[in-house]
Design a protein around this ligand. Sequence first.
Ligand code: AHR
Length: 500
Amino acid sequence: MQLTVDPGRVLFCRDKMIYGHFLEHFHRQIYGGIYDPSSPFADEEGFRSDVLEALKAIRVPIIRWPGGCFVSAYHWQDGVGKDRPFTFNKAWRVEEDNSFGTDEFIRLCRKLDCEPYICTNAGTGTPEEMSDWVEYCNLPFEGRYAKQRIENGFPEPHGVKYWSIGNENYGPWEIGAWKSDQWSLMVEEAAKMMVRVDPSIQLSAAALPDVDWNLRLLQRAGERLRWISIHGYWDSIHQTNALGSYDRCMAYTAQLEDSIRKVRGLLMALGLEKKIRIAFDEWNLRGWYHPNAHTLHQPMDKGEYITPRDDNDINASYTMADAVFSACFLNTLLRNADIVGMANFAPAVNTRGAIFTHEKGIVLRTTYHVFHMYVNLMGDEVIDAHITDVPVLHTVDGLQGRQDVPMVDAVATRCSGSGDVALALVNKSPDAFCPVSLRMQGTGRTEMTTLMGGSTDDYNDIGRDHVRPFANDEAVQPIFGGWKLNLPPHSVNVLRIRPE
Ligand code: AHR
């Protein structure tokens, strides 16, 4: 395989929000995850300090909250003020004590120095309730809701810039599932009211790679939107938890660009591609395990629909398949960073997240280390890279017939500050090294960082944290006009080149 890189040809800059995260009121993401006042790790405001430190180390730029399906039956006023009622959330059929609400979420984002991104309730909610939430968060003092925030101890506006109207309201599983013409009306009315409260907010709306849904949405409300939200879970195991094999997960990487391509095409057809960007605001290789949640038959026995959710906590589920897949997805985001401005890993903590919490500490799963490598080592400018002679891993049925799955996924970036070049090189092969001939003008000092584990099924767990990035400079040999690289099997590699 040959990779030719041209640091002088910058294609575009990536928005750091492509490394964003998502937290939902589901299972142990909030309670027992990021927020656990009873934990010995809790800080003065009840947040797990060990989780906060881990999230700071991957420089989380934005967090989407509170859902997800949860939000489509959530009323934000239950989660502010002194008296928080117990409510029953019909999306997940669980009681919510509302001890974590808007103000706690803002506190979390301030501790992490990241942007808050609020997804509103377009299921049982109304455009007025959504715009009242904007009043509560962003108006300095006018109106009852801003005054309520001040009474709650927050004299200054929260200044929430990013808002989404609804979550997957296209799906029959969602509380408040709408038809496309109903949806475009809902979004138009909600956007109208929310922007009249604070014209500076940036609005997104729930969408999917479907022409009919998006066409009506964009024709009616496109002028009021800055983002369009789509989601992706490829190993769709919500009902079974039957984890796809490593090979199957690698086959999914052939589909990573499909949704982006479809939405990009429609935005371009409508002349909106410079005005509206894609927010891939939920993504993960694996769907969350919650059997009998979205089914017609709703069991009475919690053992059939609540207890199984604990199986998301099995750390052996999150292997190098998750790491290699996630790196390929981040590469896809970088290659499309001209139109994808935000992405949110679903979720950040517990469930299928990058960080697992337990009473004695945390486990950094394989995907956590992928984020750590990309956020800290990859550049902000995407530069031209030409790849030839890539070995084929296997072929799969794609959008247009049989499709090759290349063994290696590579993307090149440049750090606008230092001028360093940073290449992300992912070898998807389960068992073969992949030699790469890297061509680049000039010379430089190289540093290779590799994440590979001991096998495709390797993982981290309590008392087992050996799967982590390591310096792998012996994989890089200088040759005339560049370098010879030797990418290990099932590995995520970042090569930094400091031009000399
Ligand atoms: O499985 C979790 C759910 O996936 C989220 O709540 C929803 O947004 C998506 O369908």
